[in-house]
Design a protein around this ligand. Structure first.
Ligand SMILES: NC(=O)C1=CN([C@@H]2O[C@H](COP(=O)(O)OP(=O)(O)OC[C@H]3O[C@@H](n4cnc5c(N)ncnc54)[C@H](O)[C@@H]3O)[C@@H](O)[C@H]2O)C=CC1
Ligand SMILES: CC(=O)C(C)=O
Length: 259
């Protein structure tokens, strides 16, 4: 098979970094993208030091222009785009009664508009290519895209929107030979969950780590998840093995939410 190129947003750290490491092992040339230059550069360098082809781009997914510039960077670097992963996302912890406009707008800008701009930028490039394979857009959803949580109301709303966009995009882009799917993690001990744990404690009075433990205790597989758990599913969604799948938002949560 000829070379394949994958772009992963928010891949300087957390789940996105784990996904980038897995796709590099799978043989993809990797474009790391993040709003933070230091982590983006470090992750790309780590991959290069391990002998993989990787480059990085600094951008904010909520800015439409940045998403198009990211795709242009990938094409400049490697000549094509096969897989685009809308991984970047942010959390927000507040009871609905206290949600202010700034918080609401930020969550929607990054988690929803960011995904839409990513879909637009990626598919524009993919449509120009020669259809030598099925191209893939893969979005980060969540258990919160299937089940809505208290204190995570606006976050849950944005992840439901990601699931909806995944379905609409699958319908619009199938004809162009592009599949659109989503992965829905549960509870992973990334920096995102460190922040969720600290913020929720302000409302539920839990000790540090207790909220994370409470969420994790309902996981059938008996542990919180690692980036590798999520990366395994994304590897499948990025591969030819999933060519016949589109419009799905697949739970990878160790058995928390069943749909
Ligand atoms: N950690 C978890 O338990 C779960 C995470 N998810 C989703 O998975 C995705 C990744 O989550 P984590 O790795 O845990 O998050 P994280 O907060 O640990 O890492 C996110 C990365 O995205 C980058 N980023 C943030 N805003 C950005 C922006 N505007 N533009 C570009 N990059 C930006 C950050 O700099 C960071 O490197 C998110 O979409 C999140 O909602 C879904 C379910 C559970
Ligand atoms: C962070 C997240 O997606 C949760 C709590 O499901």
């Amino acid at each position: 098979m000829s070379e394949r190129v994958a772009v992963i947003t928010g891949s300087g750290a957390g789940l996105g970094k784990g996904i980038a490491q897995r796709l590099a092992k799978d043989g993809f040339k990797i474009v790391i993208s993040d709003i933070h230059e230091d982590t983006a550069e470090n992750t790309a360098k780590e991959l290069q030091d391990e002998g993989y082809e990787a480059t990085y781009f600094v951008g904010d997914v909520s800015k439409r222009e940045d998403q198009f510039d990211l795709v242009a960077h990938a094409v400049d670097a490697y000549g094509r785009l096969d897989v685009f992963i809308n991984n970047a996302g942010v959390e927000g912890i507040k009871p609905l009664a206290q949600v202010d406009e700034e918080t609401f707008d930020k969550m929607v800008a990054i988690n929803v508009k960011g995904v839409l701009w990513g879909i637009q930028a990626a598919t524009e490039q993919m449509k120009k290519q020669n259809k030598d394979r099925i191209y893939k857009v893969i979005n980060a959803c969540s258990i919160a895209g299937h089940e809505s949580y208290d204190l995570l109301g606006i976050y849950s709303m944005t992840k439901h929107a990601v699931r909806s966009l995944t379905q609409s995009a699958a319908k619009e882009y199938a004809e162009a030979g592009i599949t659109v799917n989503a992965y829905c993690p549960g509870v992973a001990g990334t920096e995102m969950w460190d922040r969720i744990d600290a913020e929720m404690a302000k409302y539920n009075g839990n000790a540090p780590g207790e909220t994370f433990e409470q969420f994790s205790s309902s996981i059938l597989m008996g542990r919180s998840q690692e980036p590798e758990d999520v990366a395994g599913l994304v590897s499948y969604l990025a591969s030819e093995d999933s060519d016949y799948m589109t419009g799905q938002a697949i739970l990878i949560d160790g058995g928390m939410v069943m749909r």
